[in-house]
Design a binder for this molecule. Sequence first.
Ligand code: ADP
Ligand code: MG
Ligand code: ZN
Length: 505
Amino acid sequence: MSYARVLCVGLVGVAGHVVEVEADLAPGLPAIAISGLPDTTLHEARDRVRAAIVNSGQKWPNRRITLNLLPATLPKFGSAFDLAIAAALLGSAGELPLLPLERVVILGELGLDGTVRPVRGVLPMVAAAARAGLDRVIVPEPNAAEAAAIPGVRVRAVDTLHRLVAFVREGSPLIDPPAPEPASPPTGPDLADVAGQGYARRALEVAAAGGHHVALLGPPGTGKTMLAERLPSILPELDDESALEVTALHSIAGLLPPSGRLLRRPPFQAPHHTATVPALVGGGSGLARPGAVSLAHRGVLFLDEAPEFSKTALEALRQPLEHGRVQLARARGGTEYPARTQLVLAANPCPCARPAGDTACECSPLTRRRYLGRLSGPLLDRIDVQVTMLPVRAAELMGADAGESSAVVAARVATARSAAAERWATVGHRLNAELPGPLLRRPPFRLPPRDTAELRGRLDTGSLSARGFDRIIRMAWSIADLDGRVRPDREDVREAIGLRTGEGL
Ligand SMILES: Nc1ncnc2c1ncn2[C@@H]1O[C@H](COP(=O)(O)OP(=O)(O)O)[C@@H](O)[C@H]1O
Ligand SMILES: [Mg+2]
Ligand SMILES: [Zn+2]
């Protein structure tokens, strides 16, 4: 036999596509050609595969080798094709009977010594195989747990090329994936730890109910970081579709915990203010790594000490936040990752970061304005909820009664979100923050004039932009959902104005 075909999967963004690896041997001078839009990593594959085959004690076919990866139009990144290429080569040379690998998807990178190395993105690759009706996969041993998180697929793992060869030739065993870890109750910081700050807590709850972006302003030590870190604890679990997408992104980043389960909690990403642009939005050679904004997809992106981020970093976040996805320019076709996240900014009022009332602060009003001004253009415009936090009082801090726990607040948020999802189902939305402005300004969702009088007044006097107008209406819906009203009333609009302008203390 001089022709063989083995199945693999290529990723375009988070979507996997089944790829056929064809190998053909022809008489002639020993040479190897790869076609089918391979990237540079794939050319390196040629050298790895050759070394791995030889060092596994197999015969390298000294003929004219043509490798073709189909569909040719699909851009292919990364090193997950190595193992399939090796199998196809050995098959075409008649060294390996490929019948046992019929309709089996094979994923893995090869080391020069023939070991099979883990690859990023195995979870979405296996999901793609399953969708294509292929229910058997062979993956690198370290990726076996994540592969097994996809239901309905029979996963086997390999540690070396030799093991794969022995399986095909002699039926010797492959490696079974580990049993999935039992689901553990959510851990993490609880809202009950936060004393006082009733107004900020309410603001966070409204933000959670509608998926609104939040800015927490105030002097150091007021609990800004504490509060932001507790936002995920009041958000509902991810539904199946979101869980798959979020887990896929973490798999592509190579950051999946080895639990063998889909991520069900909304992710929380808190990049440091020294983070590079690729770390924030994604990038890198080969299979592009999702950045923090994509790892926070369907969860929370927290920029602590936000004015300390570089201007380029803040600027780079603007597009993803606006469109809910990141476009990464690549040499060969762009890559797109989802990035629908809830942004939380925290900022001190001035760069010296002294506690409130500290007389050593010599920052002038201008310095202070400039400091927060760094946020204004790119990001502050997109913020819905803006809260200024004051130092917590001793009586509150030492008080006997703890604040409400995350579980109690999460229950209200979940009820509010269901109400919103039900209402917007007919217009194809779920969260209040996602609603297009025009839809909210027209019947049947337009609020009666008597309830929006103050808002329209602010618009007419220019103290509020049209964008701000829409943001306030969206928040008013979240407040109504939390308080169990079918539509916002005048008080809800007033509370929303306070949340948006920071006047609501
Ligand atoms: N509202 C609060 N309730 C309980 N502890 C608080 C509160 N605010 C601040 N603290 C304490 O102060 C520390 C610093 O809070 P942090 O959230 O980092 O403040 P900030 O981010 O505003 O500077 C916390 O670890 C906590 O011990
Ligand atoms: Mg802080
Ligand atoms: Zn200062």
